[in-house]
Design a protein around this ligand. Sequence first.
Ligand code: ADE
Length: 223
Amino acid sequence: MRIDILTLFPNMFDGIFQESILKRAIDLGKVEIHLVNFRDFTEDPHHKVDDTPFGGGAGMVLMCQPIYDCVESLRGEDSVVVLLTPDGVPYQQKLASTLSQVKHLILICGHYEGFDERIREICDMEISIGDYVLTGGEIPAMVLVDSITRLLPGVILEESYQNDSFQNQLLDYPTYTKPRNFRGREVPEVLVSGDHKKIEEWRREESLRKTRERRPDLIQEEK
Ligand code: ADE
């Protein structure tokens, strides 16, 4: 998969691609990530990418031209163009799964007060990572890249995400590691019983219990 991230602040991504699973995925060639500063596409002699809003109001608005030209230079037959914005569709695991099938993702990070409404017209999808407003689309873009990359074949063991919270509309079951007794806190007996059928049942029950308790809305969706 190839991901192009259109941003005015490429340095914000320093670090996140150089550690842990994302780094490994890049090194293994499972994902290729390009940071593209759309300021490089402006035709303005002063390299401007934004201007004041028509009709008045506070702040600056990202202009169409640099983003249109940047997207047009990158877009191919297999590309999906995503605009990160608080008024997009809510981002969920299911959408991460869908996007992990795409060959080429183009992520547009908005900034400042907003962007010219006509930018929406060149996008295939608008995504919000939650009901709060961030200073720009960079952190949302990182969230997408991380959640999508771990789902690409060969990045982590399939087993590791099959039981993820949300993958089956249920929260994760509890897990434990050594020691069996930590300061008086015992690991549930069933997990050391060696009875795999019982362990499976216990995990399913715990997932259901936790979901009913914390996120009953997810169980509604499962029906
Ligand atoms: N840009 C600013 N806030 C955002 C959010 N919550 N989701 C996606 N993009 C954003």
